[in-house]
Design a protein around this ligand. Structure first.
Ligand SMILES: Cc1cc2nc3c(=O)[nH]c(=O)nc-3n(C[C@H](O)[C@H](O)[C@H](O)COP(=O)(O)OP(=O)(O)OC[C@H]3O[C@@H](n4cnc5c(N)ncnc54)[C@H](O)[C@@H]3O)c2cc1C
Ligand SMILES: NC(=O)c1ccc[n+]([C@@H]2O[C@H](COP(=O)([O-])OP(=O)(O)OC[C@H]3O[C@@H](n4cnc5c(N)ncnc54)[C@H](OP(=O)(O)O)[C@@H]3O)[C@@H](O)[C@H]2O)c1
Length: 249
């Protein structure tokens, strides 16, 4: 199997100064919703590749990735200069275990994300399995400012298609926004504000929780949940918490 497949950029959408979505075509192996692949460009004679979660559903042949420009980051600075028709390298096979196959059944699936880690959940929202296995689904997107609450059209479409089964809870931490909860997910879990907003209990008995994004948020949220009796989900010892971190602290 070749190390990289040659893909072709189909589009680049700019949401804010730092947030972008990249669409591309590439002949790669099928993936599972929640997985990531690696995208790479040749930069000064070296192949620079990084992992990115698929945003599109597995059935959609147009691949999409949602990323933030990291100051001083070699790849993201180049990704934002891409234009339709440009070449980009893509790993031939997806990877990762942040997928529903790894999450036990429950009444409610809580999907907690910060920033660009909304992405894998958008992919999972497209699967039939999600709606068959969980009676209630809660999608949380935590960002700093209101303009970072992206993909509202796609989320609205999912809310309309799954009325009564899906709830969307935006969190904005650095400004007051009428429809969003203010502050951090961790604080809202500790105070009960998140459960009050959705009208569902987050307990070990009834819930599974997937957490993705900022590593500090992932580990702090895990600690809050562990304090109320939830456990990390492991293949040999199923629990309730499944996590993926986007970078190392
Ligand atoms: C499993 C996995 C999936 C990922 N999926 C995505 C995704 O869908 N979208 C996305 O934007 N990023 C994602 N990332 C991060 C991504 O792989 C790159 O690290 C990031 O885009 C920066 O690349 P870079 O070459 O510009 O800088 P790098 O050299 O990779 O990073 C420089 C530094 O920036 C910090 N950093 C890295 N990623 C982020 C980030 N997302 N937000 C804030 N700080 C960061 C780290 O401290 C890192 O050391 C994922 C990472 C992992 C491990
Ligand atoms: N978005 C920007 O304009 C910006 C600018 C410069 C650098 N960056 C860098 O880019 C990276 C990703 O940025 P991002 O925009 O995705 O934002 P982020 O820093 O990951 O924050 C996203 C959300 O997660 C919350 N959060 C952070 N740490 C948490 C924790 N330990 N527990 C609970 N919630 C937590 C934030 O709350 P708080 O607001 O309370 O932290 C915010 O609501 C970060 O490394 C950041 O340093 C981003």
């Amino acid at each position: 199997m070749a190390h990289w497949v040659s893909g072709e950029v189909a589009g680049l959408k700019r949401w804010t100064e730092r947030l972008y979505s990249l669409q591309l075509h590439a002949d790669i192996a099928p993936f599972r919703a929640g997985q990531f692949t690696r995208l790479a460009l040749e930069i000064e004679g070296e192949m620079v590749g990084r992992p990115y979660s698929f945003i599109n559903g597995p059935a959609d042949p147009l691949h999409e990735f949602y990323f933030i420009v990291v100051p001083g980051g070699p790849l993201t600075a180049r990704l934002i200069r891409l234009q339709p028709g440009d070449g980009i390298f893509v790993a031939p096979r997806a990877a990762g275990f942040f997928v529903l196959d790894e999450v036990p059944d429950a009444d409610t699936l809580w999907m907690l994300s910060t920033g660009t880690a909304l992405g894998p959940f958008l992919s999972i929202l497209t699967t039939h399995e999600l709606w068959q296995r969980y009676r209630q689904v809660v999608l949380v997107h935590a960002v700093r400012t209101a303009d970072e609450l992206t993909y509202r059209d796609r989320i609205q479409a999912a809310l309309a298609a799954h009325a009564g089964q899906l709830q969307y809870v935006p969190f904005v931490s650095r400004e007051a926004v009428p429809h969003a909860l203010q502050g951090r997910v961790t604080a809202a879990l500790e105070s009960g504000a998140l459960e009050a907003r959705v009208g569902l209990p987050l307990t070990a008995e009834h819930s599974q929780v997937m957490i993705c994004g900022n590593p500090a948020m992932v580990s702090d949220t895990q600690a809050v949940l562990e304090a109320r009796g939830l456990k990390k989900n492991r293949r040999r010892e199923p629990g309730q918490i499944t996590t993926e971190q986007y970078w190392k602290t």
